[in-house]
Design a protein around this ligand. Structure first.
Ligand code: FAD
Length: 474
C-alpha cells in the first residue's frame, strides 16, 4: 500500500499549475472534504487541477509510480473514504460554454449543474439536472444521470454528444458515437471506471419554465395519498415526472416555515406540458387526502431545486437505492410498514419512490452502459448520520426497507444513488451481467493496472474473460 513517506518523485508534479497538497498542508482538509461528510478522505496527495494539462500530468505521474487515483468535483458522491493515493480535485474547472444555435453546452469536469442551469437559462434552454443543481454535472452523467424530467427526456447521458477524457496512462481522448466508441459507451452509465473526464458536450432542452413543486400532507394521511399516487402513475403521460414518499424534516431555518420540523407524506412533481392540463392531472392527488401545504406552481427552470428541496449544505448522509419493477398495493403497504406514520422511531430523513418509465425505458440512440431501463420505480432513502440517530440504526432501517421492497425489485440498483459501495458483488448490482462483463473488459483495456480503484468501480477482467464476448457464460 502506498504511504505518504513512500510517495515517489513528487517533484514530477511541480509542473502542475494548481495546488499540490499533502497531509498537513494549508488547504488540504478543505480540498479533500466533499459535500457528503460521511466519508473522511485522507489521500497522500491532492492535485487541485486547473485544466486538462494538470489532469494529464497527474495521471502520467500516477501511472509511472503505480499510485491509485480518485477524482472528486463536489463530493456529493463521497460515500466511501479515499485513503492513500492521489486525489484529483476538479473543483476549479467550472467553465460552461453554451452554444444557443446548436443547443449544446460544453461543461468542464468540476462544474455543478447550477453553473449550467444559469448559463443556459438566458437562451431559453435547460440541462437535464437531477433533484439538486448542487451536484456535479460530470460525476452525475457518467453514472447515467437520472433527471427530474427523465420520463419526458430520458437519462442525462442520452443527451451527451462527446467526452474529453484522460485515461489512466495520461492519454487525452475525444470520445463520441463515432470515435473511441467503447470509451463513449463506458462513460455513459459505467461511472468513473475508465478515465477522468475533463469536459463533456451535451444537448440542452428548450425549456424556460415548468409546473412543479410538492403536495405535502401530514403523515397520518400517507396511505390515501401514496396509494392514489401509485394508481395515478399507471396512466399519467410522459410529461408528468413525479415521486412520492415520507419526509421527517429537521427544524432547520433552511426549510420554509410551514414544512420545517414536520413529518410529511409528499408528492413532488414536474410537468413540462400546458400548466392548465398539469393542474387538471393533479386533481385525483389533491382529492385523495387533505393537502396541508401546496407548493405546486409555475416556476422558471432556474428554481428547479424548490421541487425536491434537497439539502443545500454539506452533511454526513447515508443514501441507498433499489430499482422496482412494479408497485402493487402490497408493495405500498410494505413501504409504509417500514417508513410510514406507524413507525415512530424511523431514522430515515427521506424515503421516496420515483416514477420511472416513459423515455427512461427506451434505449439511447447510441448504446450505453445504463442498466435501469426496465425499472418502473426507483426506491431511494437518505439519512443524516449525525448522532442521534446513530449509524447502526440507520443501517438497520435502510436494510429493512430495501429487504421489505425486494419482492418487487429488479434486483438492481442505480450506480449514482447506490450510496456506500459494498463488495464487488454489491457493486455489480448496478449493471446486467452482460454490461458488467463488458465494463470490466473496458476497464482492463483502459486501466490495466487498476489505478481507478476507489468507490463504485469494477474489478479487472481475467485473461480468460478478456477473450470471450461480454455476457458469454464460461
Ligand atoms: C442531494 C443529492 C441529489 C442527487 N440527485 C440525483 C438525481 O436526481 N439523479 C442522479 O442520477 N443522481 C443524483 N445524485 C447522485 C449524484 O449524481 C452523484 O453523487 C454524482 O456522483 C455527483 O457527482 P459529483 O461530481 O457531484 O460527485 P463527486 O463526489 O465529486 O464524484 C463522485 C464520483 O463521480 C465520478 N466522477 C466525478 N468526476 C469525474 C470525472 N471528472 N471523471 C470521471 N468520473 C468522475 C467518480 O466516480 C467519483 O468518485 C444526487 C446526490 C445528492 C447528494
Amino acid at each position: 500500500m502506498t504511504t505518504t513517506e513512500h510517495l515517489p518523485d513528487l517533484f514530477a508534479l511541480s509542473e502542475i499549475r494548481g495546488p499540490v497538497l499533502r497531509p498537513g498542508d494549508d488547504g488540504y482538509a478543505e480540498e479533500a472534504a466533499g459535500f457528503n461528510l460521511a466519508a473522511l478522505h485522507t489521500p497522500d496527495v491532492i492535485v487541485g487541477a486547473t485544466g486538462v494539462d494538470d489532469v494529464v500530468t497527474a495521471l502520467r505521474w500516477a501511472s509511472a509510480t503505480g499510485t491509485p487515483v480518485a477524482v472528486q468535483a463536489t463530493g456529493h458522491g463521497a460515500n466511501f473514504p479515499i485513503e492513500h493515493g492521489l486525489l484529483i480535485s476538479t473543483a476549479r474547472m467550472t467553465d460552461v460554454a453554451v452554444d444557443p444555435r446548436r443547443r449544446t453546452a460544453t461543461i468542464a469536469a468540476g462544474a455543478k449543474w447550477r453553473h449550467v442551469v444559469d448559463a443556459a437559462a438566458p437562451h431559453g434552454l435547460a440541462p437535464l439536472t437531477g433533484t439538486s443543481t448542487d451536484a456535479g454535472a460530470v460525476g452525475y452523467v457518467v453514472g447515467g444521470g437520472l433527471p427530474l424530467l427523465g420520463r419526458t427526456y430520458g437519462y442525462a447521458a442520452d443527451l451527451v454528444r462527446s467526452f474529453q477524457v484522460v485515461t489512466p496512462d495520461g492519454t487525452l481522448h475525444e470520445a463520441d458515437a463515432e470515435h473511441e466508441t467503447e470509451l463513449f459507451w463506458a462513460l455513459r452509465g459505467g461511472k468513473g471506471n475508465v478515465g477522468v473526464v475533463t469536459s463533456l458536450v451535451t444537448e440542452l432542452i428548450p425549456l424556460r419554465a415548468l409546473l412543479g413543486g410538492g403536495l405535502y400532507c401530514h403523515a397520518e394521511h400517507a396511505e390515501p395519498l401514496l396509494s392514489a399516487w401509485a394508481a395515478w402513475t399507471l396512466s399519467v403521460p410522459e410529461e408528468m415526472c413525479s415521486a412520492c414518499g415520507m419526509l421527517r424534516l429537521p427544524p432547520i431555518p433552511q426549510l420554509p416555515e410551514p414544512l420545517r420540523g414536520g413529518f410529511w407524506a409528499r408528492v413532488a412533481l414536474a410537468w413540462t406540458g400546458d400548466p392548465a392540463e398539469g393542474e387538471r392531472l393533479l386533481e385525483p392527488l389533491r382529492a385523495a387526502a387533505p393537502v396541508a401545504v401546496d407548493l405546486v406552481e409555475v416556476m422558471p427552470y432556474t428554481d428547479v431545486d424548490r421541487i425536491s428541496m434537497e439539502p443545500q449544505d454539506p452533511l454526513p448522509a447515508r443514501e441507498s437505492c433499489s430499482l422496482l419493477r412494479a408497485l402493487p398495493p402490497e408493495a405500498m403497504r410494505a413501504f409504509l410498514g417500514q417508513v410510514g406514520p406507524g413507525v415512530r422511531d424511523c431514522p430515515l430523513l427521506a424515503a421516496q419512490l420515483r416514477h420511472m418509465g416513459g423515455a427512461l425505458s427506451r434505449p439511447a440512440a447510441t448504446e450505453d452502459a445504463i442498466c435501469a431501463r426496465d425499472a418502473e420505480y426507483l426506491l431511494e432513502a437518505v439519512a443524516v448520520l449525525a448522532a442521534p440517530p446513530d449509524a447502526e440504526s440507520v443501517e438497520r432501517a435502510t436494510t429493512a426497507l430495501h429487504t421489505a421492497m425486494s419482492p418487487y425489485g429488479t434486483g438492481r440498483t442505480m450506480v449514482n444513488i447506490h450510496g456506500t459501495p459494498g463488495d464487488a458483488s454489491d457493486r455489480a448490482r448496478a449493471w446486467t451481467p452482460e454490461t458488467y462483463t463488458r465494463l470490466r473488459q473496458a476497464k482492463s483495456h483502459y486501466d490495466p493496472t487498476n489505478l481507478l480503484r476507489f468507490g463504485h468501480t469494477v474489478p479487472l477482467a481475467s485473461t480468460e474473460e478478456m477473450t470471450r464476448p461480454a455476457g458469454a457464460q464460461s
